[in-house]
Ligand binder design. Structure first.
Ligand code: G4P
Length: 529
């Protein structure tokens, strides 16, 4: 197969949703279609169980399994599909944001009864900002839910999307009869038999055909015709270019649990979803079909076995091919590295591969050379953009509880931060270290892992911070900036990349500071122009 064909047949995407909308179930059904797993339930164990929010043992268990399920790849109709797992738990939102830098498109799952939920809003906003093409899947149609049109309105208003329905439900909940597939022009009848894997569909080029009454009944047929007329009147026709430009989002309805409407989604997905896209680096934009390898690290996963403290760095290949034992330049370190056992992912397994293509994810064993955001090339100096840090929500001082183990503690903190578990800030004034996290859960995870993987002990102390803001000065030598640094010294810290950060203790003080120093801009993310 030619290099061009290999690129064109790849679809690398993520599924995003608020927890419980059905992301895991949908992932599993997609894998079933690809023949990648034999039975339902295989992916399920990957989830953090409900009510386990304070149980870090559960997180550890989950971490063990999630190496395998970080990337789920399968073949379907000759397309190579890579699903990148995005944790739904809000405490791991940053992990999800980072993974979204490595996808070429996403599927957004929404619960028909709950509608658009908080986590969906946040994640979709990130995708919108990055112009990632999105397909919406409205799930759980076998249950009573909101009216389809109300939901479409909600999706447009709350998520700021512009939808084009490609399927439409016939009834809902108890009366759910099936789905009219606008994209394929056929009807798929719902039998409620969750065992069936491949559904039978009835072609309907013309829904005005009297046949429709015979199949779904007079009332349902009349309702469907009205609804489809309304859909056509209200929403724009599907336009692939607009979808690829992230200006329009097709919508499908179905029930993941019943494996209903999933095939339609997948068939349309492989048809319209983008193959690996060009990506902007600080220096230039790189096209997927360039022959020289480039790629970047979007995730680092620590080994579960404390005796082998190597880690797996996940690289998204942007261009060229990644070959085993070929030397590649680690741009940040300015050194070449060879990898004798790069891992590729297939279904729930990983295996050593000789060659990988744009869109693929390669797992590299690493003993501490990689950080999230690092770029690999064949020699070109290139730094991929788009893996910013966001302001954490919780901040605590971290103290060493065992003076004999301070080396282990710092090494541990360093490596956990490279993995992106949390963010570290070092106060300018006294060098004290502050950990910032998205959720309170990470503090427990860090404490536990420092002890079990590095033999170090830590304690925490509250540090009231409202937001961490990355500081940008118009002129670093100006009197204004010097005064800012002197007056606000108590609140200034360095992040891991040695960028200056202002730790505002309240919204009020943030506003006042910004007013007082108009030439010093305070950003909520670490990446700005
Ligand atoms: P998540 O990954 O987005 O968090 O959601 P997940 O797939 O785990 O689904 C959350 C719950 O919703 C699960 O039930 C799942 O079975 C159910 N579900 C998913 N799709 C559908 C659907 O189409 N219809 C209906 N009625 N339910 C659906 P659970 O009771 O929490 O878990 P389990 O006991 O089934 O594992």
């Amino acid at each position: 197969m030619s290099f061009k064909t290999e690129i064109e047949r790849r679809r690398t995407f993520g599924i995003i949703s608020h927890p419980d909308a059905g992301k895991t179930t949908l992932t599993e059904k997609l894998l079933l279609f690809g023949g990648a797993i034999q039975e339902a339930g295989a992916v399920k164990n990957n989830k953090i169980k409900k009510g386990a929010t304070s149980d870090f043992m559960e997180i550890e268990r989950q971490r063990g399994i999630s190496v395998a399920t970080s990337v789920l790849a399968f073949l379907y109709k000759d397309k190579k599909i890579n699903i990148l797992d995005t944790p739904g738990h809000k405490d791991f939102a940053e992990d999800t944001f980072r993974t979204l830098t490595a996808v070429d498109s996403v599927i957004v799952v929404i619960d028909v009864a709950k509608g658009v939920e908080e986590q969906t809003e946040k994640l979709v906003e990130v995708c919108r900002m990055r112009n990632i093409p999105m397909i919406v899947f409205i799930n759980k149609l076998d249950r009573e839910g909101k009216d389809a049109f109300d939901l479409l309105d909600e999706v447009e208003q709350k998520l700021g999307l512009s939808v084009s329905p490609l399927s439409f439900p016939i009834g809902m909940g108890y009366d759910f009869k099936g789905i009219y597939n606008i994209y394929e022009k056929n009807i798929n009848l719902f039998s409620g038999d969750s065992k069936k894997n491949i559904e039978e569909t009835i072609a309907f080029d013309d829904i005005d055909s009297p046949e429709l009454e015979n199949i779904i009944g007079t009332k349902a047929a009349a309702d469907l015709r009205d609804n489809i007329e309304l859909v056509k009147g209200v929403y724009p026709d599907f336009d692939k270019e607009s979808y690829l430009a992230a200006k329009q989002q097709p919508v499908f309805f179905g029930s993941a649990l019943n494996n209903f409407g999933v095939r339609e989604l997948l068939d349309c997905f492989i048809d319209i979803a983008p193959s690996p896209r060009a990506k902007a680096a600080e220096e230039r934009t790189v096209q997927a079909n360039e022959t020289a390898l480039t790629g970047f690290v979007f995730k680092i996963h620590a080994n579960m076995d404390p005796k082998h403290r190597d880690r797996l760095a996940f690289i998204k290949i942007v261009s060229g091919t990644f070959e085993r034992n070929k030397p590649y330049l680690h741009v940040r370190q300015g050194k070449k590295f060879k990898f004798s056992s790069p891992n590729a992912f297939f279904a729930e397994k990983k295996e050593i591969v000789d060659i990988s293509y744009p869109g693929d994810i390669v797992g590299l064993h690493d003993t501490g050379n990689f950080k999230i955001g690092d770029t690999l090339t064949e020699g070109e100096i290139l730094n991929y953009k788009g893996i910013p840090s966001f302001s954490p929500e919780h901040f605590r001082y971290i103290n060493n509880a065992d003076p004999l183990k301070s080396k282990q503690l710092y090494k541990g903190i360093d490596q956990l931060m490279d993995e992106g578990v949390a963010q570290l800030f070092t106060l300018e004034m006294n060098g004290r270290k502050v950990i910032g996290t998205v959720g309170a859960l990470q503090f427990e995870v860090i404490q536990y892992r420092l002890e079990h993987e590095y033999g170090a002990k830590c304690t925490y102390e509250n540090f009231p911070v409202y937001k961490a803001c990355w500081v940008q000065a118009k002129d670093k030598n100006s009197e204004e900036f010097k005064e800012f640094k002197r007056v606000k010294q108590k609140f200034l810290a360095m992040d891991k990349r040695k960028q200056l950060v202002f730790l505002a203790d309240s919204q009020f003080s943030l506003q006042m500071t910004q007013q007082k120093y108009p030439n010093v801009t305070l950003h909520f993310t670490s990446e700005f122009e």
